[in-house]
Ligand binder design. Structure first.
Ligand code: UFG
Length: 326
């Protein structure tokens, strides 16, 4: 079993992956500056609070620890905010990653799993999207992730560095059995907002019903966060076995519209979703569905939870746990 450093392990996908890797028998240490994540997401005794731009603090964690690999989640993720404040996205997501990569080099850690995004594709010409589709981000968030992928390609080319970048589609769901789930502040993601609407009775807004899709609402590829966690574990296995660097899409390959997500939430909770139709949100592509066949073939990965209702049910369990009166 390997010794793994997880950055951003107090956040949503990082905390689920940390649990998954621990269950696999790996030794895991988390670093997180807790600017977005929560200490309560990390198992006792495994969290070091630090910011990745602090090279000395990184040195203190890496010195003598002999990590086999780093799984890097720590990043800002809000698309709208990245448009309003691009500087902090490039500073945190690109400069922060460079600082981490430099520290890894100082301490001889040469294997890296990177949390990338479907946002590297921008508005794709067709779906499902293969990894070879043009990379044309339409916001600084997507650009920051693409810039890191480009840096990683050069590190691979110029040195013995090996990486896997996973381009996530729409992560959702929770592992309520561990008390962890999606807790963004402010929340902008569809499923937690739908569940909040059920809980509070205050309607969620559907951002546009005039898209060129069967019911007029946007289609996305929702993937359960534990299936994303298992994709990271598969990426680690690949790298630890001496596998080559590569980038992979991570989705289920099934697209659901916003109205279908609302229906799945009604079925999963047995409650009605109060909603209203609003205007389009700027920058939303009509349809984003992954072609994840490369991940499946190359890393032997397969999503276990392909039913949207099951994904939403797990998020609902967490929502109830967080708000015991729901
Ligand atoms: N939506 C609504 N109402 C809401 C929130 C969302 O109708 O209140 C719709 C959006 O328009 C979109 C779908 O629900 O069609 C999903 O929206 P999310 O905000 O949950 O997720 P996105 O698809 O916008 O974003 C995801 C990731 C980002 C990533 C992006 C890639 O969360 O990190 O995919 O394009 F950048």
């Amino acid at each position: 079993m390997a010794k793994i450093l997880v950055t951003g392990g107090a956040g949503y996908i990082g905390s689920h992956t940390t649990r998954f890797l621990l269950n696999r028998g790996h030794e895991v240490l988390v670093v997180d500056d807790l600017s977005k994540g929560y200490a309560h997401n990390v198992p006792e005794g495994r969290l070091h609070k630090l910011n990745l731009l602090d090279g000395e603090a990184l040195d203190a964690v890496l010195a003598g620890a002999r990590f086999d690999a780093v799984v890097h989640f720590a990043a800002f993720i809000a698309v709208g905010e990245s448009v309003r404040e691009p500087e902090i996205y490039f500073q945190n997501n690109v400069a922060g990653t460079l600082s981490l990569l430099a520290a890894m080099r100082r301490h001889g850690v040469r294997k890296f799993v990177f949390s990338s995004t479907a946002a590297v594709y921008g508005n794709p010409e067709s779906t499902p999207i293969p990894e070879t589709a043009p990379h044309r981000p339409v916001n600084p968030y997507g650009e920051s992730k693409l810039m890191v992928e480009r840096i990683l390609r050069w590190l691979d080319e110029c040195s013995g560095f090996r990486y896997v970048a996973l381009r996530y589609f729409n992560a959702c769901g929770a592992a309520a059995e561990y008390g962890i789930g999606e807790e963004h502040e402010p929340e902008t993601h569809l499923i937690p907002l739908i569940l909040r609407a059920i809980r509070t009775g205050s309607p969620v807004t559907v951002f546009g019903n005039d898209y060129p899709t069967p019911d007029g609402t946007c289609i996305r590829d929702y993937i359960h966060v534990l299936d994303l966690a298992s994709a990271h574990a598969a990426a680690l296995d690949h790298l630890l076995a001496g596998g080559a660097s590569d980038s992979f899409n991570a989705g289920t390959g099934i697209g659901y519209s916003v109205l279908e997500v609302i229906k799945a939430a009604e079925a999963a909770t047995g409650r009605q979703v109060p909603f209203q139709i609003g205007r389009r949100r700027e920058g939303d592509p009509a349809e984003l569905v992954a072609d994840s066949s490369k991940l499946m073939k190359t890393l032997g990965w397969e999503p276990k939870i392909t039913s949207l209702q099951e994904m939403v049910a797990s998020a609902w369990q967490f929502e109830k746990l967080r708000h015991a009166s729901a």
